[in-house]
Design a protein around this ligand. Structure first.
Ligand code: GDP
Ligand code: ZN
Length: 306
């Protein structure tokens, strides 16, 4: 039978069959996708074939279908090995807040650039809008214009506002959506609100046991409703564009990339080259300074995970 991996611990998997049953499974045979080196052969979101055993024992995953896309991270910091976090994603949202705790634009932009690198449609959810003051609202509206202008979805919401939660849910229907975000932004609260009864741990409880460098955390897929799924990435703070080529970084900033076609040199890095259309657009305010700074920070590998 066919199914989708909804949870992975590295050696055991929970698979949701097309008939809705959830089964504990293990893998049999060599499942590695061709030309793909990762520490885990299977990830949440993978479409698999299952040999269902009619006992309480584990069933067998016998095959994995080619992935539409996937997102990876380094399996351990500083290691070159990669771990596939999730596969077959229709859209990815970074959950952010302008307050308590403030999410940096660098972090948001790195997330969006990573999604571009993996050709996953992406967007931003600004949460906790119930506590924005006028000044914060002005800023959020500016950011909304900026990111919508580039082509990203921007949703402003609050876990405590039923109307806004309803609007958020509409965006998730018939899709596999990945949620990411720093701890404290309200990701668990949002997911609990979207899926009553799920009861993810919120606030202090959730962050505690995820600390420590050797803790490996895995993504988990939750069923919102038939054909609508949320992939949660608890404790996962960084996605990696692994071993990217410096000259490709600007390709992951759509508005910079489109302007760069007018640079004099086709290998222009938009640093100090003459007749750089990107620098020109930046000085005219057509490219946001914050976005250009994020571009530079990825180029320079500055730490933007704050
Ligand atoms: P997570 O670490 O991203 O999963 O965040 P949690 O869901 O655990 O929430 C962190 C804290 O933010 C908790 O104290 C929540 O009650 C609070 N919180 C979550 N959503 C909202 C919101 O929309 N508005 C406000 N004011 N607080 C929120
Ligand atoms: Zn240039």
């Amino acid at each position: 039978m066919k199914g989708t991996v909804t949870k992975s611990t590295g050696s055991q998997y929970l698979v949701r069959l097309t008939d809705g049953r959830q089964l504990n499974c293990r893998t049999r045979g060599n499942l590695r996708l061709k030309d793909f080196e990762a520490t885990n052969p299977l990830a949440v979101g993978d479409h698999v074939n299952v040999e269902v055993l009619d006992t309480d024992d584990y069933s067998w995953i016998t095959a994995i279908e080619p992935r539409k896309n996937y997102i990876i991270r380094k399996s351990i910091k500083l290691s070159r090995q990669v771990q596939v976090l999730a596969a077959n994603i229709d859209q990815a949202f970074v959950i952010a807040t302008p307050v308590l705790p403030k999410t940096s634009l660098g972090f948001i932009d790195r997330f969006l650039a990573t999604a571009e690198a993996y050709t996953i449609p992406a967007g931003i959810i600004f949460n906790k809008c119930d506590i924005y003051d006028d000044e914060v609202w002005d800023w959020i509206n500016e950011l909304k214009d900026l990111y919508v202008g580039i082509g990203y979805k921007v949703i402003v919401t609050s876990s405590f506002d039923p109307e806004k939660m309803k609007a958020l849910k509409e965006e998730l229907i018939n899709k596999v959506t990945l949620f990411s975000g720093h701890s404290g932004v309200g990701k668990s609260s949002l997911i609990n609100n979207l899926i009553p009864g799920l009861d993810l741990k919120t606030a202090t409880l959730s962050s505690q046991h995820l600390k420590g460098t050797h803790t490996t955390t895995f993504a988990e897929m939750h069923v919102l409703q038939e054909d609508s799924f949320i992939i949660d990435t608890p404790g996962i703070r960084e996605f990696g564009i692994i071993d990217f080529n410096e000259s490709e970084v600007s390709h992951y900033f759509p508005e910079i990339f489109s302007v760069s076609k007018d640079c004099q040199f086709n290998n222009c890095m938009h640093l100090n080259e003459t007749n750089c259309a990107v620098k020109q657009a930046l000085s005219e305010g057509k490219i946001a300074a914050s976005r250009f700074d994020s571009y530079l920070s990825i180029l320079e590998n500055r730490d933007v995970f704050r």
